[in-house]
Design a protein around this ligand. Structure first.
Ligand code: C5P
Length: 303
């Protein structure tokens, strides 16, 4: 079974003050983008979980969210009827899988690749092992794996609140194209949040937003509304990233935003030719990787 697992961007990300559980409440509009990891799943009735990956830098043991997701489903109790499917669930001792991951989504880039792979694994193994677990149960397991994982069960477009795990689906934006700037800088999320805690609080993180109006805006108008409260802390950790954002904004003559805790930057276009031209120009003049992909779609982009 082969599955494409999409990346996401946070079009908009507002962050509140740290809570007693160590997490920050947030409001974020997340959408999938046409950049995918590729996962192949093969049933192994001997009960082993074996992950291999094209990128030798990635841990393939219990530190990997894919393996953690599989282990949780191995232990999951199911009704003998198989819950929501008519097939008989594979008994726990025989729930095994060989997973081959082709890693395309850059790591540490705020694109949610690891979270997406985990969500894809939950859906794939629920099917492969005929577990018949409900969407509600999968969402609970997803939230335990990471704040961004539930979004990928509910894509391609959602408003995420709580610590990110509460997802309300909304229609995708009218804007169709995104240019992703992919600097080779890895931004560890906890460090960016720690820096956020040191900085003056940004007001209005919880202000109401008319999402229906926003989703109908043209690219440049939408870009002017979008905000990411993790930009100031990320830029104070990596001044090069701020320089890059400012250079890109001059070059493409429109706002450039950061996704999640960085380092990916993005800008938006209504017309694919303009987006492709901008990606080429950024790549040539700023010497960083830039790609043009569709927003909130399951199709592969033009890369
Ligand atoms: O949930 P996840 O494992 O993705 O979170 C990684 C880290 O990011 C957390 O340990 C925490 O430091 C930070 N975080 C946060 N508030 C959130 C989400 C993540 O402080 N809403």
């Amino acid at each position: 079974m082969r599955v494409l697992s999409p990346a996401k961007i946070n079009l908009h990300l507002r962050v509140g003050p740290k809570q007693t559980d160590g997490f920050h409440p947030l409001v974020s509009w997340m959408v999938t983008v046409g950049l995918f990891d590729i996962l192949d799943f093969t049933l192994d009735t001997a009960g082993r979980v074996d992950l291999s990956c094209s990128d030798p830098m990635l841990a393939v043991d219990d530190r990997n969210l894919i393996v953690r997701a599989a282990r949780i489903l191995q232990a999951e109790m199911t009704k003998t009827s198989g819950g929501e499917t008519s097939r008989k669930p594979i008994p726990p001792g025989q729930r095994g899988v060989r997973i081959v991951l082709r890693k395309i989504i850059p790591m540490g880039g705020g694109l949610g690749g690891g979270s997406s792979d985990a969500a894809t694994t939950l859906i794939a193994l629920n099917d492969l092992w005929s577990l018949g677990l409900s969407h509600q149960r999968l969402s609970e397991i997803a939230a335990g794996l990471g704040s961004d994982v539930p979004f990928f069960l509910n894509g391609p477009s959602g408003i995420c609140t709580g610590r990110g795990e509460i997802v309300e689906k909304i229609d995708p934006p009218r804007v169709r194209w995104v240019v992703l700037l992919l600097p080779e800088i890895s931004m560890p999320t906890p460090i960016v949040y720690r820096q956020f805690d040191q900085m003056p609080m940004i007001r209005g993180w919880n202000d109401a937003v008319d999402w229906a109006q926003w989703r109908n805006l043209l690219a440049e108008d939408l870009l002017r509304k979008l905000q990411n409260d993790l930009e100031p802390p990320a830029f104070s950790i990596s001044p090069i990233l701020l320089q890059l954002k400012e250079s890109a904004e001059m070059l493409v003559a429109r706002p450039v935003r950061m996704s999640g805790s960085g380092s990916t930057l993005f800008t938006l276009y209504d017309i694919s030719e303009c987006a492709k031209r901008a990606a080429d120009e950024i790549q040539r003049k700023l010497a960083i990787r830039a790609i043009c992909v569709p927003l909130a779609t399951t199709e592969e982009g033009s890369g």
